[in-house]
Design a protein around this ligand. Structure first.
Ligand code: KIV
Ligand code: NA
Length: 262
């Protein structure tokens, strides 16, 4: 059965957790889809995992459209999310033109980094038939503003993050990714928002989890993030690794506290 944004909303309402993973090509996308993953993200993390760069800043909309089309061909059931890369959301008109490229390549949802400043653009996309996933907390496209990859939403920044999540949700987003925020804050945002919240480095109280496939299979290059877990080491093959990831997310065993931030 094909997964839609309504399926994920229903899972949230029933307090059932779901797993998401990145893929960048048809082969891995097919393996993850057949293992029963709910959603597949063509992340602009491909700047690192595919292109060997040290950030996502150089990734273009054409890179994203190419990999989205590759993934699309491998997927039967999973919902397909594709990232809007760096500097493709500066105004509503270019946001629409760029989102159209990803939707035509086969995305079901576009994911956009940022908060309240995106309100008008998100509203316009949704009105034109483009479901939107927000992405807040650590937004890697802003690494040069943050001065590194750091946990977000601590102290005074917590209320600002909550306000931004509400702004994105009120603008019509179908779901939100929360990256690298303290577990308790992510839990609070998840319970206050009516749309699904998908965490990465955000504790096990969110509605869903997402991982870069390399961080789930022990292929991480360079620094291994705190939330990474090598499911392949536990199982010995990729299909069973993804099945284990899915079941540990659904049961709340992943991420454990040692893979979360306080
Ligand atoms: O690009 C990516 O893979 C992402 C996930 C880490 C959420 O945005
Ligand atoms: Na991304």
């Amino acid at each position: 059965m094909s997964i839609t944004v309504s399926t994920l909303k229903k899972l949230k309402d029933e307090h059932k957790k779901f797993a998401t993973i990145t893929a960048y090509d048809a082969t891995f996308a097919r393996i993850f889809d057949e293992a029963g993953i709910s959603a597949i993200l063509i992340g602009d993390s491909l700047g690192m995992t595919i292109q060997g760069r040290d950030s996502t800043v150089a990734v273009t909309i054409d890179d994203m459209a190419y990999h989205t089309a590759c993934v699309r061909r491998g997927v039967t059931n999973a919902l397909i999310l594709a990232d809007m890369p760096f500097m493709t959301c500066c105004d509503t008109a270019s946001m629409c033109a760029n989102a159209a490229k990803l939707m035509r390549a086969g995305a079901n949802v576009v994911k956009i980094e940022g908060g309240a400043f995106l309100k008008d653009g998100i509203r316009t996309l949704v009105n034109n038939g483009v479901p939107v996933c927000g992405h807040l907390g650590l937004t890697p496209q802003s690494v040069n503003v943050f001065g590194g990859y750091k946990v977000q939403g601590r102290g005074d920044a917590a209320q600002r993050l909550i306000d931004d999540c509400f702004a994105v949700a009120d603008a019509g987003a179908s779901m939100i990714v929360l990256e690298c925020v303290p577990k308790d804050l992510a839990a609070r945002i998840t319970s206050e928002l009516s749309i699904p919240v998908i965490g990465i480095g955000a504790g096990n109280q969110t509605d869903g989890q997402v991982l870069v496939m390399h961080d789930a299979l022990g292929f991480t290059v360079g620094h291994t993030p705190k939330f990474a877990f090598n499911f392949l080491k536990e199982t010995g093959n990729v299909t069973d690794a993804v099945k284990l990831y899915i079941s540990m997310v659904e049961s709340g065993q992943y991420p454990a506290d040692e893979q979360s931030f306080k």
